[in-house]
Design a protein around this ligand. Structure first.
Ligand code: ATP
Length: 331
């Protein structure tokens, strides 16, 4: 329930999950991003030209796909959504580019996963609006160039560092999405509650916003789980903090947004290693987890929250984590 990766029904391939804001003004938070892109959109509209290529990077679930759709709406153009793993063969990317209409927006999710051949087809397309195709084979092979209409490529990635520099350099606008603060998250939860037709008390809204790990996708998912409990109890119109607590404890989510897996890692360090330092492999073996999953899925939030530190000698528990574990025991 706290995984920021999309579930199949929430995946970015679905342009509308019914909850996405449609215009820049409805897009909550990320003020700097909105300001920069808002100006670029106005300028592009003024010139009657396509928006410059945009690279959006940051952790999953923060609104990259949503922003691409918002940009298309603001520009009054179509947004075609795809992701790098779906562009495995050169003909996939060629098909996408030859069908592009003037000023259209192409959204490629997980763009760091594009293969070399697809990436090299993109370079002239992005820079010179030209598609270089090789026709025929062997000694009869010839290169044909196809002119493309002006278009905008919006790339999204959770791993900006894995993008090759020639690709990165072809984006005119490179923007990072930040985790959301409490106030923005409360606004997101309250907006989603309106759209889902449930009525939340201020305390209930605060509680959900406080444990969604700064991520709108998790906020919306938690709200849906709270709505399930409210539905079963016939209390859709009176969701208060108590009901949210019930739903969260059903999913074993605590008030800091930690789930059972997070607490198990902290408890392991506390009870069996005296707080560390412990190497990743040892910790993973003790928890029966895969080290990569532990490092890339479980640890980042704990590190960000200051509950865990990585040192050259291994992982260590912080004082804040000890206090949190004690608090949970009492609760
Ligand atoms: P991924 O990288 O995993 O594809 P993403 O960054 O593209 O994730 P989105 O799919 O755009 O994330 O957003 C996830 C959900 O959060 C969407 O349902 C959207 O409605 C909601 N959301 C994201 N950003 C905002 C925002 N600023 N205001 C309101 N809702 C938002």
């Amino acid at each position: 329930v706290l995984d920021a990766q999309p579930l199949p029904e929430e995946s970015s391939g679905r342009p509308d999950d019914g909850l996405r804001p449609k215009r820049l003004d409805d897009y909550i938070g990320q003020d700097e991003l909105k300001q920069v892109l808002g100006i670029a959109v106005q300028a592009a509209l003024g010139r009657g030209d396509a928006l410059d290529h945009v690279l959006l990077y940051g952790p999953p679930g923060l609104g990259k796909t949503t922003m691409a759709l918002v940009l298309a709406e603001e520009l009054g153009v179509t947004c075609r959504i795809t992701s790098a793993p779906a562009l495995e063969r050169p003909r996939d990317i060629v098909g996408l580019l030859v069908n592009v209409q003037p000023r259209d927006l192409l959204f490629i999710d997980e763009i760091h996963r594009l293969n070399r051949v697809s990436e090299e087809l993109l370079y002239p397309a992005m820079e010179d609006r030209r598609l270089d195709l090789t026709v025929g084979k062997g000694s009869t092979a010839r290169t044909r160039s196809l002119e493309l209409p002006p278009f905008t490529l919006v790339g999204a990635t959770t791993k900006a560092g894995s993008l090759s520099s020639p690709l990165r350099d072809r984006f005119g606008l490179i923007q990072r999405l930040e985790f959301y603060g409490q106030e923005d998250l409360e606004a997101i939860v309250s907006r989603t509650a309106d759209l889902l037709g449930v009525s939340l008390s201020a305390g209930a809204c605060r509680r959900i916003a406080g444990c969604c790990r700064g991520t709108p996708r998790i906020a919306n998912r938690l709200l849906r789980r709270v709505r399930d409990v409210a539905c079963v109890q016939g209390r859709q119109n009176q969701i208060d903090e108590g009901l949210v607590s019930q739903a969260l404890s059903l999913h074993r989510v605590d008030h800091r947004g930690l789930d059972a897996g997070d607490r198990r890692l902290l408890a392991q360090l506390d009870q069996h290693h005296d707080g560390g330092p412990v190497g990743l492999e040892t910790l993973a073996a003790a928890l029966g987890e895969d080290p990569t999953t532990l490092e890339s899925v479980v640890e980042p939030f704990l590190l960000q929250q200051g509950l865990l530190v990585r040192t050259p000698r291994g992982r260590m528990l912080t004082e804040a984590a000890r206090a949190h574990l004690r608090e949970q025991e009492v609760a």
